[in-house]
Design a protein around this ligand. Structure first.
Ligand code: FDM
Length: 212
C-alpha cells in the first residue's frame, strides 16, 4: 500500500574504472535528490574512516604490503562493518548513493588473478543494490584524462584487466552510461535512471541479498 511505513530508500551503486567521473556524478546526484526533498546520503567504499578502512588506505598508498587474498577480505570486511547501518538507513527511508561496492571488490581482485567465485564468496549476504550503474569509459580514454593519483591500482595495464573483469561480472540489470559524454549529459541520464529506482523502492520493493 501507500502507507508511509512501507516506503524505503534505494540502494544505488555507481561503478566504473578510475577517472570515469563517478565521484563528481555522485555528488551531483545527491544535490539533485536533496533539492527534490528526498532523504539521501552519499556513501563510498572503501570507507577509509574505520579501523579496517585505515588498513586499506595504507595498502592503497603503497605504505603497507598485504597478500592479495588478505586485502580482498579486508575490503569485504569494510562492507560488512557497514551492513547493519546501511539496512537501517534504507528502512528509515534514506536513499544511499554508493561510490563503489562489491563489484569493485570482485573486479579489482580478480584482475590480479584471483578466482572470481572465490572473490564473490565473502560478499554473499550483503545487501544487493537496487540499481547498479556502470559509467563506461575505455581504459585508454580514462588514462588520457590524467590525474591518476599514484595509488596502487592507477595504471593502464591493470585498469584494462579491471575493465575485463567488470564485463564478466555485469548482467542485464546493470544500466550502462557512456561516461565519455559531456558531464551534464551523463548527469541527465543518471537522473532519469535513478528516479525510476527511487520510486519503485518507495513502493516497497523487497530487499535482496548478494550474491545471485
Ligand atoms: N577497490 C575498491 C578494491 O580493490 N576493492 C574494493 O572492494 C573496493 C570498494 O580501491 F582503485 C579499489 C578501487 C580503487 C581503490 O577506491 C580505491 P577509490 O574509489 O579511489 O577510493
Amino acid at each position: 500500500g501507500n502507507k508511509k511505513c512501507d516506503s524505503r530508500g534505494a540502494l544505488i551503486v555507481l561503478e566504473g574504472l578510475d577517472r570515469c567521473g563517478k565521484t563528481s556524478q555522485c555528488s551531483r546526484l545527491i544535490s539533485y535528490l536533496e533539492e527534490l526533498g528526498h532523504a539521501v546520503e552519499s556513501w563510498r567504499f572503501p570507507d577509509r574512516n574505520t579501523g579496517v578502512g585505515q588498513m586499506i588506505s595504507s595498502y592503497l598508498a603503497n605504505k603497507s604490503h598485504l597478500d592479495d587474498h588478505a586485502i580482498h577480505l579486508l575490503f569485504s570486511a569494510n562492507r560488512w562493518e557497514k551492513r547493519s547501518l546501511m539496512e537501517s538507513k534504507l528502512r528509515s527511508g534514506t536513499t544511499l548513493i554508493v561510490d563503489r561496492y562489491s563489484f569493485s571488490g570482485v573486479a579489482f581482485s580478480s584482475a590480479k588473478g584471483l578466482d572470481m567465485e572465490w572473490c564473490k564468496a565473502p560478499e554473499a549476504g550483503l545487501l544487493a543494490p537496487d540499481l547498479v550503474v556502470y559509467l563506461d569509459i575505455s581504459p585508454e580514454k580514462a588514462a588520457e584524462r590524467g590525474g591518476y593519483g599514484g595509488e596502487r591500482y592507477e595504471q593502464l595495464e591493470f585498469q584494462k584487466r579491471v575493465a575485463q573483469s567488470y564485463k564478466m561480472l555485469s548482467d542485464a540489470t546493470w544500466k550502462i552510461v557512456d561516461a565519455t559524454l559531456p558531464i551534464e549529459d551523463v548527469q541527465k541520464q543518471l537522473r532519469q535512471i535513478i528516479m525510476e529506482c527511487v520510486l519503485t523502492c518507495q513502493q516497497g520493493k523487497p530487499f535482496v541479498e548478494l550474491w545471485q
